[in-house]
Design a binder for this molecule. Structure first.
Ligand code: ADP
Length: 446
């Protein structure tokens, strides 16, 4: 304006006032226009760079400083952008948290669009189905999960229940089972949830087997018992016959009692808290009890008996539950007596290892066990020789009890055996549960 006024003043002296004023206003307008264009350009340049920047919130604060109305426009635009950036950042943070929560889910999560194409999936889903979280985006799920049961499930469109299919890497030797459930949401979108139910299915199969085994084990003596009862009720038997039947009945009921006792022992082992590390039991007392039981059993099942050797080793105490420890040790000792033919040798020993661990070992000269049976011996009701087990009062639960007791006491159960070479069962207790004692202490305890 000053320049325009100056020019107007100069022009007045040359051509008159009106011409000078016109020139002045024109120059002023041009100068105004130039300045405005300059500011608009600056503002536009800033807005363009804003649009192209990755970290908008940081950039939005650096708006160009301009005077007057352009300054206000720039300032308001900057504030608007800052608000938008803040909202974007908050939404992004919420989305990130939401996705992190879905990633942390123990279930596989897959989001499908209206066409059934994968939009997003979490890490667990990639493991369950063998997807690649990046590569398989926008792939149709039916092209990737080719299991017929899943295809039929998707095609039927009834998502009120789940479908069970083999998981990725499932093999006949190591089957993996997935429960897949689809939930519809939004506009025809779908949420696919997958869960690895291999362990649940296995537990269910084990439960079914267990119930079937228990029923079978109880039904056999019950059938025999009811047969004898019927005979006694209907036939006029002579006294010796009656006595023989009653003795057989007593045997069967004893068998059921032993089975129920073993079942109760197992359930107690599963349900009770872990044995304390400060309840000490004298080992020699446990060994003496085992020896007494082994000699009595040997006398009953083998007329010529067995050679039984007990080496109590150094005087020690074990920290744990006395009844459990006795149950485990006596199971190993009585098994050795039951499976070793008469005249055979059964050696029971206790030793302290250099590292402080204590080993309870039972060796026999029995028939030995083929290697394929060894990994399964501690399964409930697993028997190699069913009739020998029953004849000698076995329930098929003895070694399962031993394994449980060993685990609860932090001990290891080792089994070594070869056909024709006898067997060696040992429980190795950790040093923390074993301590040496003076013989005088044993006498006092007795
Ligand atoms: P059971 O009551 O049938 O003896 P266990 O669980 O104690 O059940 O043992 C499982 C199976 O392991 C037995 O049926 C038997 O076939 C085998 N077994 C256990 N101990 C010995 C042993 N000392 N010698 C040979 N076989 C054994």
């Amino acid at each position: 304006m000053i320049v325009g006024g100056g020019l107007g003043f100069w022009a007045r002296t040359v051509n008159g006032l009106s011409f000078g004023l016109g020139i002045g206003l024109a120059v002023a307008a041009m100068v105004w226009l130039v300045i405005d264009s300059f500011f608009i350009n600056r503002l536009l340049r800033w807005l363009r760079t804003e649009q192209n920047k990755d970290a908008p919130a940081v950039m939005a604060s650096s708006a160009p400083s301009m005077p007057g109305v352009w300054g206000e426009v720039a300032d308001r635009t900057r504030r608007l952008l800052k608000n938008r950036d803040q909202q974007l950042q908050e939404s992004q943070a919420r989305l990130d948290e939401f996705l992190a929560a879905m990633q942390a889910s123990p279930s596989g999560v897959v989001l499908l669009d209206a066409q059934g194409r994968i939009e997003w999936c979490n890490q667990m889903a990639t493991q369950h189905f063998g997807f690649d979280a990046q590569r398989d985006v926008l792939q149709h799920i039916a092209n990737l999960v080719r299991e017929p049961a899943f295809k039929a499930y998707m095609a039927a469109g009834d998502f009120s229940h789940d479908v069970v299919i083999p998981g990725n890497f499932s093999t006949p030797a190591r089957p993996v089972k997935l429960s897949v459930h689809v939930h519809s949401y939004g506009k025809n979108r779908k949420l696919v949830l997958s869960r690895d139910i291999t362990a649940v299915e296995l537990a269910e199969a084990m439960r079914r087997d267990f119930v079937a085994n228990v029923s079978h084990e109880i039904r056999t003596p019950l059938t025999v018992l009811s047969g004898f009862i019927e005979t006694l009720q209907t036939l006029p038997l002579k006294e010796p016959e009656r006595a023989r039947y009653l003795s057989l009945m007593a045997q069967q009921s004893q068998r059921m009692q032993t089975l129920v006792n073993d079942l109760l022992t197992l359930s107690r082992l599963e349900g009770s808290p872990f044995p304390g590390a400060n309840d000490w039991t004298t080992l020699s007392a446990l060994l003496a009890q085992c020896e007494q039981e082994a000699r009595a059993l040997s006398g009953v099942i083998a007329p010529q008996g067995h050679r039984l050797e007990f080496d109590p080793g150094p005087a020690c105490e074990i920290a744990g539950v006395q009844t459990e420890l006795y149950s485990a040790m006596s199971n190993l000792v009585t098994n050795a007596v039951r499976y070793t033919p008469e005249g055979g040798l059964v050696r029971v020993s206790w030793t302290l290892r250099d590292d402080g661990r204590g080993e309870f070992k039972v060796r026999d000269t029995g028939p030995g066990i083929a290697p394929e049976h060894l990994p399964r011996l501690t399964e409930r009701f697993y028997r190699i020789d069913r009739s020998r087990s029953r004849e000698t009062g076995g329930t098929g639960l003895g070694l399962a009890i031993v394994k449980h007791v060993a685990q609860r006491h932090g001990a290891e159960l080792n089994i070594k055996s070869e056909i024709g070479q006898g067997s060696c069962f040992s429980i190795i207790f950790p040093a923390t549960r074993v301590r040496r004692i003076q013989v005088a202490q044993i006498v006092q305890a007795a």
